[in-house]
Design a protein around this ligand. Structure first.
Ligand SMILES: C[S@@+](CC[C@H](N)C(=O)[O-])C[C@H]1O[C@@H](n2cnc3c(N)ncnc32)[C@H](O)[C@@H]1O
Length: 230
């Protein structure tokens, strides 16, 4: 995974970050209008995906919940309504400012998921959740991050629940894009068959729930042998 500080390019200048936080700052203003009640790619099923995260996470009042890439706080707000204590991270200051308006008592951390883990989050959580963030990461990066979160930042009985752009497999993805006549941006979207296999090989228990033609939710926990090794 790339470090937040760009390594020098061959000409001595900084290399180009394909996903800088500055790409997301201007979106903060219109984000909620763009996603809520959407029925088109990439947000077809957005509200259902967030509701599915909550249902699979089964929050209870007082639980600690870390929301990674919180954006304007739509997922975190559902957990706040359930009485959870929220920690919300994002690398876009403008997105975090929007989330602050919805989440009066949450703690906010400006953090790039590609960089070192912040000291303030050096603890374990009852639930770690994320929505529509990790599709920028290739499969190896997704798996490494999930494994690290499960082993170092989840309570032993904790759960990591991730909603994102996701297809059953590469054929389903191609069929989907053909059906809508658009490729949007080619990104390493989640392919459930490959992802579940790789996550299980990394020692995680995984359940996949398809939510729409382009969205799905991964519910992960530590498999027994990871528990035993700690
Ligand atoms: C599509 S929005 C999703 C926001 C929110 N989770 C939701 O479901 O509405 C993606 C969010 O992830 C954040 N993000 C993208 N890449 C990130 C990274 N490497 N580290 C931290 N945040 C990131 C963006 O700033 C943006 O707020």
């Amino acid at each position: 995974m790339a470090e937040p500080t760009d390594p020098p390019a061959e000409d001595g200048g900084p290399s180009q970050d394909p996903f800088p936080s500055s790409d997301f700052d201007p979106w903060a203003e219109t984000y909620d209008r763009d996603v809520i009640a959407q029925d088109k790619f990439p947000f077809d099923g957005y509200e259902r995906a967030l509701d599915t995260v909550v249902s699979l996470a089964a929050p209870r009042a007082g639980m600690s919940v870390l929301d990674l890439g919180t954006g304007t706080g739509n997922l975190a707000a559902r957990f706040a309504r359930a009485g959870c204590e929220l920690w919300c991270t994002d690398f876009s200051p403008a997105m975090l400012n929007k989330a602050r308006l919805k989440l009066a008592s949450a703690r906010f951390v400006l953090h790039d998921l590609r960089g070192p883990w912040p000291a303030v989050l050096e603890r374990r959580f009852d639930r770690i959740v994320s929505a529509y963030v990790l599709h920028h990461f290739d499969l190896g990066e997704k798996v490494n991050l999930c494994r690290r979160l499960a082993t170092s930042h989840l309570m032993p009985e904790g759960r990591l629940v991730i909603a994102d752009i996701s297809f059953r497999d590469a054929v389903a993805m191609e069929d989907f894009f053909r059906s809508i006549g658009d490729r949007w941006e080619a990104e390493p979207y989640w392919l459930a068959d490959d992802s579940v296999t790789a996550l299980k090989a990394a020692g995680l228990s995984v359940e996949y729930t398809s939510v729409s033609g382009c969205a799905g939710v991964y519910s992960l926990s530590q498999a027994a042998q990871l528990h035993a090794r700690k």
